[in-house]
Design a protein. Structure first.
Length: 191
């Protein structure tokens, strides 16, 4: 882990020294979910700040952070976090719109508490590739949304005291184009 952090710090220092254009941004999310039976009401709030560096007009690297809190109807609650270094490449531009490919590796952790106060913790990691649609409002402001109709990824999650579970997915689902539950909209400000 120390080698990974040292490598990341060295990469950031190199990029800053190369006069890379810095940007900051992020997204906010709120999700309220209720099954028809009414037994699984869930409210979730997520904040996801990010920082990155444009290395060229088409290529940038950055770091996403994510913090989430959720509460269920039965007083169960939970918190989670994630950190995800990424690389993005703009492979199609038309007017102010861009289609960007994003590849990221993420590390995550969570803590859940049931109504009796028992805690469950876990950690995980994964890799995923997703397309992003961006709109350049001005020279400095960019709006973006992750296109959830395409998915490619691998993840592994290990609950404390349990066995790791892994998942690999590759899919194309036109239904997710209209599913606002999975919609994430954010912004970036370029310095």
């Amino acid at each position: 882990m120390k080698k990974l952090l040292l490598t990341a710090a060295l990469a950031v220092a190199t990029m800053i020294g190369a006069n890379a254009q810095i940007y900051v941004g992020g997204s906010l999310g709120f999700d309220s979910y209720n099954e028809e039976s009414g037994s699984a009401l869930k409210n979730q709030f997520t904040i996801s700040p990010e920082i990155g560096f444009y290395l060229s007009e088409k290529f940038d690297v950055g770091l996403d952070f994510s913090f989430s809190t959720e509460k269920y109807h039965n007083d169960a609650k939970g918190n989670s976090w994630a950190i995800a270094p990424y690389a993005r490449y703009s492979f199609l531009q038309f007017g102010k719109f861009e289609v960007i490919g994003k590849a990221q590796i993420y590390f995550e952790g969570d803590k859940q508490e049931d109504p009796a106060g028992n805690e469950l913790k876990g950690t995980g990691f994964g890799l995923n590739v997703t397309p992003i649609l961006a709109y350049n409002l001005t020279e400095n402001w960019v709006l973006f949304t992750q296109l959830n109709c395409f998915a490619l990824g691998f993840s592994s999650y290990t609950p404390d005291g349990g066995d790791a579970g892994t998942h690999f997915g590759l899919g194309l689902d036109a239904n997710d184009l209209y599913n606002t539950n999975n919609l994430q909209v954010g912004f970036v400000y370029k310095f």
